[in-house]
Design a protein around this ligand. Structure first.
Ligand code: KG4
Ligand code: ZN
Length: 343
């Protein structure tokens, strides 16, 4: 008998409620994916304000849940298990989702699972491309995280191979957008501007690619500073800033390092599949360069559609389904969110 899993996400600025059907053969089908974002409330601050995010989650949780059930044509009593993001993320924001999940699980008398947000970003791919071949390599690139992960079992065995030592890739996009006078979040406007620019116009640095640097770690703060200095210098000389060229050159530097390191790690480990997820996976140059380099190396590339790459409840429901299928232990009702939960 198939089971309905509800997923709740509230780790940052997106309130997400997803519903999936776990079939007996282990496949997971997407039924609803409703997201309410508070991004516009944060835009004038140039980044997410935790208190504003928490309040927005409180206001959006019930209406978003109602929309998800309406979309799926289901009612709360159809739910067989609930999964919620336990971390990592903003403490106050996480607590809203965890409290809601506990309330629903208690009222419905169904098992509750506290799951990892980062694993959710990978699990979501199964909704689009089917079961994950394992082992696989995941490149997780978002506003809060930049990590290279080895996945042996999506429900229980994910190992961090490397991560950023300073800014996340998305954070670098947001900061560079600010320097260029583009709106927040910076990824989409930089992606758009870069289409009209020359990626070879300015040779921005590729962080952590020296012979003595950790192979699987990343650094974007030097790149960000270098872009800021370049723009300042041009301003001081009274030159007009070639926004499109700066955007394209910056974007090329980010995509170059991310894809080079992911493909190298996969080759060295003998892994045949790379999954790229997180908000920055929506970047057009990242996916085209990854496709080129994976094809050359004989590696299968999976990139979920942009809607699934950014934070949502469907990714938590998908991970919840894999956790249920693997018969992992449920969370006790007194479990708490962990803002620094490791993968
Ligand atoms: O995964 P996500 O929605 O939230 C976090 O967990 O952080 O990622 C948001 C990040 C932002 O920094 C945003 O600028 C970036 O993803 N982003 C992009 C693009 N679309 C969103 N970065 C580059 N290119 C894009 N097209
Ligand atoms: Zn995320």
């Amino acid at each position: 008998m198939s089971r309905i899993i509800m997923g709740i996400e509230s780790s940052c600025d997106e309130t997400g409620v997803g519903l999936v059907r776990l079939h007996d053969d282990g496949t997971v089908e997407l039924l609803a994916d409703e997201v309410a974002s508070s991004v516009e409330q944060h835009a004038r601050f140039g980044g997410v304000v935790p208190e504003v995010a928490s309040r927005a989650h409180l206001e959006a949780m019930v209406p978003t849940t109602e929309r998800a059930f309406a979309t799926a044509g289901l009612s709360l009593s159809d739910v067989d298990a609930i999964a919620v993001t336990a971390g990592p993320g903003l403490a106050g924001a996480l607590l809203v989702g965890v409290s809601a999940a506990k309330a629903y699980a208690t009222a419905l008398d169904v098992p509750l699972y506290g799951v990892n947000h980062l694993a959710g970003h990978i699990a979501v791919d199964t909704l689009q491309h089917g079961p994950l071949p394992t082992p696989c390599l995941a490149l997780l690139v978002s506003g809060g995280h930049t990590q290279l992960l080895r996945v042996d079992d999506i429900a229980s065995e994910i190992t961090e191979l490397g991560s950023t030592v300073d800014d996340a890739a998305g954070e670098a996009y947001d900061k560079v957008a600010r320097v260029l006078g583009l709106p927040y979040p910076g990824g989409p406007p930089i992606d758009k501007a870069a289409k009209n620019g020359d990626p070879a116009a300015i040779a921005f640095p590729r962080g952590m690619t020296g012979p003595r640097d950790a192979k699987n770690d990343f650094s974007f703060s030097g790149l960000k500073t270098s872009v800021a200095r370049w723009v300042e210098g041009a301003g001081r000389r009274g030159e007009e800033i070639p926004v499109d060229d700066v955007a394209a050159s910056f974007q090329e530097a980010v995509a170059d390092v991310l894809t080079m390191k992911a493909v190298r790690a996969a080759k060295e480990l003998g892994i045949g599949t790379i999954v790229i997820s997180g908000g920055v996976a929506a970047n057009s140059r990242l996916s085209s360069l990854a496709a080129e380099r994976c094809a050359a190396a004989g590696i299968e590339l999976r990139v979920p559609r942009p809607r699934l790459c950014t934070d949502n409840g469907a990714m938590i429901a998908a991970l919840g389904a894999h956790v249920v299928a693997a018969k992992r232990p449920t969370a006790p009702l007194d479990f708490s969110a962990d803002p620094a939960l490791p993968v």
